[in-house]
Each structure stands twice: as C-alpha cells, then as structure tokens.
Ligand binder design. Structure first.
Ligand code: ADP
Ligand code: UVW
Ligand code: MG
Length: 402
C-alpha cells in the first residue's frame, strides 16, 4: 500500500479549516472548520465524507487558542478512523501566509524552515503565528511524515520589481524587507488556471483579473498564467476593502492618528486590521448582513457597500491597464462566489472596458465554475469557486512523491 492521503491545515487568524484528501483519486475523506477561536462561542464542524466515519458533528463552546483547536481537529479525525497515525497519510500540507522573499515554492518543513517562518511573524502577525502552531501540533503527532508548507506569497513572486517595489528610500526598503509580497496566492493560482480551463484555453493563452473576495480580499492581474500585480502588499492589509481591514489609505492617516489622536502603533494596527473595513464603516463584517441592511435602506450599510464596490472597480480598471488585454474577470471566495449583488455592482458601468453581465446567469446559485457574461462579451466575467485545500494538497503531494 502506498500512502496517498494528505491532510491540509489552513489556519487563519481566528479559524482553522482542514481537509483530508486521497490524492490517488483526489477525493475528499473529511472536511471541517473551527471558527471563533479564542471566543466563548467557538464552533467546530467536522464532516467525514465518502461514507467514512460517523456523520457530520458539531460542537460549540470555548476553544481557547489554535493549539486547542488543532488538537480537537486531530481528535475528530481519529474518532472516524482517519487520525494522523494512519499509515495511509503521506504528508500534512500547511497553508503558510507569509513566505518572505525566500519561499517561492512548496517546502518540506524542518527546524530551520520553521524558524524562518517564525521570523516572518512581524510581516503577518495575524496569520503566521497560527500557521506555526499548526505545524508544531502536526509535527508532534506525526514526526515521521513530511510536513509541507505552501505559501500564500509564492504565486506572487513573479511580480516585476516596478510593481513590487514601494517608492521609498531603497536602502531602508532593503534593510527592512519592505516590498509588495501579495497573499491568497494559492487561490489566485488555482482560480486563474480554472478560469482558463473554463474558457477552453491553456493558462499561457489568457490574461485574467482574479477578485478573491472573502473575509480578507485581494485582486490580482495574471498574464499568461504568471502573476504580474496584486493588491495586497507587505502585509494582507493593503488593497481592497475587506471584512475588518481598511485596505488602501493614505499612510499619513497613521501619523495623524498617532500625533493628533494620541493612539499607539499597536492601537492603530488593531484599528486598521480588526475594526475597519465593512465592520468599521457600518458595524457588520459579514457581507450577507451588509446586503440585508442595505436592502432595508440602512444608510451606513449602503455607504459601506458603495465604498467596497468603488474600490473593486478601481482595481478592475487598474489591472485592465496593467494587462492591456483582459480575457476574463473572475470572482471567487465567500463573497465573490455567493454575492450576486456584489458582482453586479462591481461591473456595472464598465461596458467601455468590455464588461457586461448576463443578469440571469449571475443570479444562478451554483458550486460550479461558470460564465456570467453573454457569449458575445469581449471580456468574459466568471465565477470560479476556489479550492485552496485541494491546491495545497496537490502541491504538497507532488513534492513528497517526486
Ligand atoms: N451568500 C452570501 N452572500 C454574501 N456574502 C457571503 C455569502 N456567503 C458567504 N459570504 C461571505 O463570505 C465571507 C467568508 O468568505 P471566505 O472565503 O470563507 O473567507 P475566509 O477564507 O477569509 O474566512 C463571509 O464574511 C461572508 O460575508
Ligand atoms: C492573507 C489573508 O488575508 O488571508 P485571509 O483572507 O484568510 O484572512
Ligand atoms: Mg480565505
């Protein structure tokens, strides 16, 4: 028997998503999620699939931190006979958000690599600590199989210097590794490839703008399968309006809040990362709530929605200019895949750029990759469900079986 299973851990700032896949046939054996880690109302949902184990289970109650969350996940898997001790497990694939300039490929994690991932914590303070904990727990449970890191930044390593560089003093930038890294790269890579397939083309033949709209949100410009620009920067704070993050702003806002508002750097960091975006503007970070309230005429929700859409449009326009020719604009992740009103508003009025929506197609709810523009449109508009876990498993399995 050759081991062909890969467990994927996608640890976010307050959640852990996981999947167990069998790479022999790319089937899913289990999937689950722990959310609201650190709160009183943490929730774990575990679902064994393909007939394995004992059915969907859900538990609520405080889960203090990522260490506890990952141990709970391991216990759920074990209860279905899918535990980390299984001889069929070939590798554990870890989403690691920041790989700095060094990690541009999937990498087997040893002590030295783990130390490097830890050293990158200041560049991704909400994400890399959770990734490190995931690696530590999985290594502790299974020291004998490869733990593979797949980096959010990797797909963006091809961005040319003129797009990656900030226009600041070069020596300072070099000394402190200040440049655009970009994130959600695993999703941008998977979705841009899937979009090409949807158009019946090879990735090399198409130019695509990918809009990854989840809690965190980012846009990317992909030319012939190669990423040439993205909206997130040194950290996942720059770019689009997000659930709780501001995205782009004048950096002088920070000096102003420090000098005039008397706020500390940590307070401003927390304000911009955790209390801004949709949440900051209208009190809700979940797009479903924002849409519901806006539909009832709630002014703060309407303005927050309009601000979110305005920023999206600016990036569609900017990346059209960057690419010169665009074959498809692709929506993905929680908001992009599910919120038809967001897609409709984002492309409204962009006919001059070749963007037209088929409103009926846009209204269809589906888990499949699909076109939402008329066949005659110059630029295809598409919805492509992302699958970061499958992409991480694929890359990790390829590395360990090569
Ligand atoms: N039907 C829907 N309409 C609008 N937004 C939705 C819908 N379903 C999910 N979402 C949004 O998707 C977001 C989560 O997206 P997801 O890609 O899972 O994010 P993340 O991976 O960053 O946690 C939620 O904040 C929610 O606002
Ligand atoms: C990098 C990033 O923003 O990730 P997420 O959307 O999972 O928070
Ligand atoms: Mg995500």
């Amino acid at each position: 028997m050759t081991a062909s299973r890969v467990l994927v851990l996608n640890s976010g700032s307050s959640s852990v998503k996981y999947q167990l896949l069998d790479m022999a046939d790319r089937s899913r054996l289990a999937a689950g999620l722990v959310e609201r880690i650190g709160e009183e109302t943490s929730r774990l949902v575990h679902e064994p699939l393909a007939g394995a184990g004992g059915g969907r289970r859900e538990q609520t109650g405080p889960i203090a931190d990522h260490d506890a969350a990952l141990k709970a996940v391991a216990a759920e898997l074990a209860a279905d006979g899918l535990g980390l001790d299984s001889p069929e497990l070939a590798a554990v694939g870890h989403r690691v958000v920041h790989g700095g300039t060094r990690f541009t490929r999937p990498t087997v994690i040893d002590d030295e690599v783990l130390a490097e991932i830890r050293a990158l914590v200041p560049l991704a303070p909400l994400h890399n600590p959770a990734n490190v904990t995931g690696i530590e727990v999985a290594r502790h449970l299974r020291a004998d199989i490869p733990q593979v890191a797949v980096f959010d930044t990797a797909f963006h390593s091809t961005i040319p210097d003129h797009a990656a560089q900030y226009a600041i003093d070069a020596a300072t930038a070099a000394r402190y590794s200040v440049r655009r890294y970009g994130f959600h790269g695993t999703s941008h890579a998977y979705v841009s490839r899937a979009a090409a397939a949807l158009l019946g083309k090879a990735p090399e033949e198409v130019n695509v703008i990918v809009l990854h709209l989840g809690n965190g949100a980012s846009a990317s410009a992909v030319r012939g399968g190669v990423c040439v620009d993205t909206s997130m920067g040194l950290t996942p704070l720059e770019g689009l309006v997000m659930g709780t993050r501001s995205g782009d702003l004048d950096p002088a806002v920070i000096f102003h809040l420090a000098r005039v508002g008397g706020m500390s750097v940590d307070e401003i960091d927390s304000l911009l990362n955790k209390k801004s975006g949709l949440l900051g503007m209208c009190g809700d970070n979940d797009m479903r709530e924002v849409l519901r309230r806006a539909g009832e005429g709630d002014e703060a929700a309407r303005t927050a929605f309009a601000t979110y859409i305005h920023r999206l449009k600016k990036y569609i326009g900017a990346y059209t200019a960057v690419l010169g020719r665009v074959d498809a604009v692709v929506f993905t992740a929680g908001v992009g895949e599910n919120a038809a009103p967001v897609r409709e508003a984002a492309v409204a009025g962009l006919e001059e750029l070749g963007l037209v929506l088929d409103r009926e197609a846009n209204a269809v709810r589906s888990g499949e990759a699909r076109l939402i523009s008329p066949a005659s449109a110059r630029v295809a508009v598409a919805v492509v469900p992302t699958d970061e876990e499958l992409e991480i498993a694929t890359q990790a399995y390829e590395l360990v079986t090569r």
